[in-house]
Structure formats: C-alpha cells, structure tokens
Design a protein around this ligand. Structure first.
Ligand code: NAD
Length: 510
C-alpha cells in the first residue's frame, strides 16, 4: 500500500487551489504559522497570524456591524446565505480538496464536508423566513402575551481541526440569518481552509451588496490565546466552541464568568449496542465506517462496541478480517478508505491508549504504524481491542481509530455500559426487536444527545440538532431549533384595554 506523494507537489497544489478561490499569495506564504498536511507531514504554507490588537479591532468592527445587520430584514439576511450556498457549490471541488490536503480526509469525506456546508445554507435560507416566536393566552382581559426573537450580537466560533469548515458553517449560516456577525478562530492546524471559506463568503458578500456591513465576518488566525480573546470579551455574547473537553472546561467557565452564553460541542466516546436480533451484515458495514472512517478522528466516531455474548465471537471474527484488510493510504494518491492521523501527538496518544488497554487485560489487533509517506506522516492500521471490562482507556476519548469491544448479557447491562462513561455525544443500537429498540430510546435508555437505530453513531444529518450531554458540553447546533441559541428571547405583554389588571390578581390601587 506504499503510495508516495511529494511534499512539493502538495504545496504547489495548495497554492493553486487557494489562488483559484481568490486568496493572494501573501495570505498563505511568508507568515509565522506553518501549516502541515497530515498526508506528508510536511509544511505546505505559512500564514500570517492575527495579532491580539487586530483581533480586538475585529471584535470592535463586528460589534459595529451588528448595529446595522440586526436591522436588515431576516429574509434579506437569508439571501446572503443563499448566495453563500451558491458560491460553495461553485467552490465545492476546490474547498473539498483543500480539506483533504489540510486535514487529511479521504476525498469523498472532504467533499462531503463541503456538501454539509451547502446543506446548512439551504436550511438557514428557509429558516430566515421563520425565526418564529409564540403567542400565548394572557390571564388578563384585553392583553396579548407573546414572545419574539431578536439578534443577539457577534458570535465567536472556535473550531477543531477534524471538521475544519463544516463546524463554522453550522454556526455561521444560522448566526447570519439570525442577525449576528461571526468571528471565527479556526484550529491552528487548519487555517488554510478557514481563509478559503472566508474568501468564498466574500464573493457572496460582494454579490449581496451594501446591506452587509463591513466586519460581518472575520477569521482570527492563531492558537488558544487568540481564542481566549473571544472567550473573555463581553462584546461577544455567544461563544460556540468545538473541540476537546479539556478546552471546553476552560472556555465554559470563562464565558460563564461574564454571563455570556456558550454552545459547547466537545469530546465523545460513542458506543453501539449489538443485540441478538441485529442484522449482522448491516452491523458490520456500519461498524466499519463508524469506527474507521476519518481514521477515527470524528467526534462521533464509534469507539465502543457492546455486543451480546450470543453474537460476540462471530462478530469479532468478521471484524478482525475487515480490520486486517481495510485500505490505509494517502488520500490523494490512492482510493484508501483510511487516511492519516493528524500528527505525531495523535499517533503517540493512540499507542499510549493501546498499551493501557493491554495492561487492563485487553487483546489488541492492529494499531501499528503503516509507512505510506515517510517519517513525518502518521498512518496506522485501525485497532480492534477486545476488553474484559469497561476500564482504563475505554472510558476516555482517544482521538484515533481504536474500537474497544465489550460483551454483555442483558439489555439493561448493555445500556448501563453505554451510559457508563463521562461523555454523552452519540450512540446507537443494532436490533430488530422493537422492545429492545424502544427501551434504548426511552428515558431509561441512551443518555446521549444522539441515539440511532440500525446505523452507527457517526455521520449526522444537518436537519436534526447536533450535540451531546455530560462532558460533551450540552450544546446543540445545526438543525431543529438550534437557531434559538443565536438570538435573544423577548417576552411582550401588551395591554390594549383601559384598565390595569395586575398579574396573579394583585391589587395596588392608588
Ligand atoms: P482542541 O480542543 O485541541 O482545539 C479545538 C479549538 O479550541 C482550537 O481552535 C484551539 O485553538 C481552541 N482552544 C484550545 N484551548 C483554548 C482555550 N483555552 N481558549 C480558547 N480556545 C481554545 O481540539 P482538536 O484536537 O482540534 O479537536 C479534537 C477534539 O474536538 C476531540 O475531542 C473531538 O471529539 C472534538 N470535536 C467535537 C465535536 C462536536 O461537535 N462535539 C466536533 C468536532 C470535534
């Protein structure tokens, strides 16, 4: 499976792609922040970093832009997002390819990420004619009681490397139709796709015309320190932060300390339960994508497989075969299904977890390094680990392709294992027994934000609200009524009579 791609050719292709999306060379060369492609591990660009002064100026500009943008009618704001969707369609191939180069995703996943951006734009355009409040019956005669939703202010978006552009779009498409400017601090590992996305948005802004104020959208390039400027600034009422639980714990407390609102999308440790009534062929395919897709670097990656003892051994045998033969390789030089890990730290984290699993009594299949593109890049064979109990690394999120397999006897035990970790993002059950399915979906079932049936935990659609409980942070993004987090709610009581009845029958006659 040795397929070499040269670092020079990736660098050249990156420059061509960025140029085709309208970036000038100065925007991605000669800066101080080096960008490496996980495909080769070599430097492909060096972007200028945003200084703290420039970041504060961008926040001030966004606050100013808000004063104008909030007055633009929401359906007109939706027109900007419609144009963004059009520009994303036009730029899909180039941006998708950049995602592949910068984040190391295989081609269909790079393109899929841009498709997700297009989908959320479509959703947000429709939403721009909704954003509805309620009318409620008042207890007082000649009164109307209602609620309405107003824009809230600049939204800070902090995103992770593994969804370098889609996460921005889940937030930005909603925030923009809700009347809010967007300040984006992308992962320090993936600034190029962020700058490319901003260039695509600028094309839409140009077509949209003067209704869109300057400073409506900005990208702040840098590390945690630049992110913290957004986190600490009261001019940014909402901070949407996607990344590790470690990061979320810091961000949540700082935003709360200034009474800001945070939307937290943090780590997952997702499980699937395989019951005796499961369709095992379908299960096998779902487990393969869920656990090995994106080289195990999705927040919704399947990390724990909880299998009934009657089907455990048969399924593990089948999985061993799939794990031993799955194609691992360069996303640009092969059709491999599993691409690289993001960097050396990810590889070392994986090896540490595998060693800990062995110490805890686990049996490891796979997990070794695969030489695809030399020393600087980190490709691995995904690891399948049978465990005697849910201990050690099994209760942690290791951001790499490790699937721990556990055995269970009763559905109650399986659900307790599924819920017995600190994270609560996604989960699924494979079953055709309706009783077990409904138990899993009931109040006594999965405690996750997402619970699927006869599919893996990974690969959410934008129409539903996305997010999870416990250490995953409790935030919801994307579809359903997630838009409410980007607006402020106002309750209006209107008296259109001539008397002044007080609520709860209180008398106060002067
Ligand atoms: P990370 O936590 O290292 O970084 C995420 C972002 O947070 C980066 O932009 C980083 O610069 C910023 N950051 C870090 N510390 C900060 C601080 N103190 N203040 C402000 N910003 C700070 O995560 P990562 O390695 O890029 O991504 C992998 C993690 O993200 C995994 O845990 C994964 O589960 C999680 N993730 C969650 C979701 C979700 O929707 N729940 C989606 C994608 C990724």
């Amino acid at each position: 499976m040795l397929q070499t791609v040269s670092a020079a050719s990736l660098k050249e292709e990156t420059a061509t792609l960025l140029g085709s999306l309208g970036l000038t060379e100065a925007e991605f060369t000669g800066g101080t922040r080096e960008v490496r492609s996980p495909i080769t591990g070599e430097v492909i660009a060096a972007v200028p970093e945003t200084t703290p002064e420039a970041a504060r100026a961008a926040i001030a500009k966004a606050a100013e832009a808000f004063r104008q943008w909030r007055l633009v009618p929401a359906p007109r704001r939706g027109e900007l997002v419609r144009l963004l969707g059009e520009e994303l369609r036009a730029g899909k191939a180039a941006l998708g390819r950049l995602v592949t180069i910068e984040a190391g995703k295989v081609v269909s996943e790079g393109l899929g990420e841009v498709q997700e951006m297009i989908d959320i734009c479509d959703f947000a355009v429709g939403l721009s004619r909704q954003l509805y409040g309620l009318t409620l019956p008042s207890e007082r005669a000649d009164h109307r009681l209602a609620e309405q939703w107003h824009p809230i202010g600049p939204v800070g978006v902090i995103s992770a490397f593994n969804f370098p552009v889609a996460v921005w779009s889940w937030n930005a498409a909603l925030a923009l139709v809700c009347g809010d400017p967007v300040l984006w601090k992308p992962s320090e590992k993936t600034p190029l796709t962020a700058l490319a996305t901003q260039a695509i948005l600028e094309k839409a802004l140009k077509r949209f015309g003067p209704d869109a104020p300057e400073g409506l959208s900005a990208v702040l390039v840098g590390d945690a320190a630049i992110g913290e400027l957004l986190v600490e600034d009261p001019r940014v009422p909402v901070v949407s932060a996607t990344g590790s639980t470690r990061m979320g714990r810091i961000v949540a407390q700082k935003v709360a300390a200034r009474f800001g609102r945070s939307i937290l999308e943090l780590g997952g440790n997702n499980a699937s339960i395989v019951t005796p009534s499961a369709d095992l062929d379908l299960t096998l395919r779902a487990v393969a994508f869920g656990a090995m897709g994106t080289a195990g670097q999705r927040c919704t990656t399947l990390r724990r497989l909880i299998v009934h003892s009657s089907v455990h051994d048969a399924l593990v045998e089948k999985l061993k075969r799939v794990y031993a033969t799955i194609s691992v390789g360069s996303p640009v030089a092969s059709e491999a299904l599993v691409g690289p890990l993001v960097d050396r730290a990810a590889f070392e984290g994986m090896q540490r977890a595998l060693a800990a699993a062995k110490s805890a009594g686990g049996t490891v299949h796979g997990g070794e390094r695969v030489d695809v593109n030399g020393e600087a890049s980190f490709y691995v064979r995904p690891a399948l680990v049978t465990m005697p109990a849910q201990t050690g690394p099994v209760v942690e999120e290791t951001f790499a392709p490790i699937l721990y397999v556990l055995r269970y006897e009763t559905i109650e035990e399986a659900i307790a294992l599924q819920n017995g970790v600190p994270q609560g993002l996604s989960s699924s059950i494979f079953a055709t027994d309706i009783r077990e399915v409904e138990r899993f979906l009931s109040a006594a079932g999965s405690d996750c934000g997402i619970a699927n049936v006869n599919m893996g935990p990974s690969g959410a659609e934008i129409g539903g609200a996305f997010g999870g409980e416990k250490e995953t942070g409790g935030g919801r993004e994307s579809g359903s009524d997630a838009w409410k987090a980007y607006m402020r709610r106002q309750t209006n009581a209107v008296n259109y009579g001539r008397s002044l009845p007080l609520a709860q029958g209180v008398k106060f006659d002067v």
